[in-house]
Ligand binder design. Structure first.
Ligand code: DC
Length: 229
């Protein structure tokens, strides 16, 4: 029988990590976890509690709120996917809004937030059979993951993809704004002090600038087979 493994997918924002990770999980019948959604849910909670104002964190109050909130996942049976919850309520749509995207990097840079999310991520991976995407999955969360992939793509192509997604959701935003947000997030993700985005030494690079999801699946198939047998 195939052994169950952990697949860690890291990389820049809007590279299609979640779509790719979801497809792999579906193919292997694994659990898919979008770790970015967890940082977005904390950001939403901080906004709701008035802890983020004018793009700044109220440092006297965030620890208390972090203790009180509950971030989790619940199975959407009709879609067959796990959706992010905040205090028991599904917040998939709320966390994708630009006002969350604009603040999430500062929340993800807080050491206590990361500690709490990493604990939760490791618990979710205890049984293996999981595909998790994020920024520090192969470096910090699961340094012993059997397969690590580092995804990258041209920023302009990533901005075009993100714009399409947002427009489909009825969100009014320009290409320049999306590109600016992507560049700023790349910079913050790579330069933050705690768990910055970087490729794990043993990760395999996937530049999908000019690849379809099917082509990426073809690319990953042999890699997965070599690690599960
Ligand atoms: O993948 P995403 O755009 O949904 O991620 C949202 C933010 O969370 C992004 O600024 C990077 C951060 N993040 C992180 O620091 N560590 C992770 N494992 C996943 C996401």
């Amino acid at each position: 029988m195939d052994k169950k493994i952990i697949i860690a997918i890291d990389g820049f924002s809007s590279c299609g990590k979640s779509t790719f990770a979801k497809q792999i999980a579906k193919k292997l019948n694994y659990l898919f976890i979008d770790s970015g959604a967890m940082y977005r849910a904390v950001t939403l909670a901080f906004k709701q509690h008035g802890i983020i104002q004018d793009g700044k964190i109220d440092s006297s109050r965030y620890k208390q709120t972090l203790q009180e909130i509950e971030v989790g996942f619940s199975l959407n049976k009709s879609k067959g996917v796990y959706e992010i919850t905040l205090d028991g309520t599904v917040v998939e749509n709320e966390i994708r809004k630009p006002e969350i995207a604009n603040c999430v990097s500062i929340v993800a840079a807080i050491a206590e937030v990361r500690e709490r999310m990493v604990d939760l991520q490791r618990k979710l991976g205890e049984q293996k059979g999981i595909v998790m995407d994020g920024r520090d999955i192969g470096t910090v969360v699961f340094p012993n993951a059997e397969l690590k992939i580092f995804m990258t793509a041209d920023p302009k192509i990533r901005a075009e993809r993100r714009l399409k997604e947002l427009v489909e959701k009825g969100i009014n935003i320009t290409m320049e704004e999306v590109l600016e947000n992507i560049r700023e997030r790349d910079h913050l993700d790579q330069t933050r002090e705690v768990s910055p985005l970087r490729k794990a030494e043993d990760a395999v690079i996937l530049d999908n600038s000019h690849m379809t999801v099917d082509e990426q699946m073809e690319w990953v198939e042999n890699l997965v087979n070599s690690r599960i047998h």
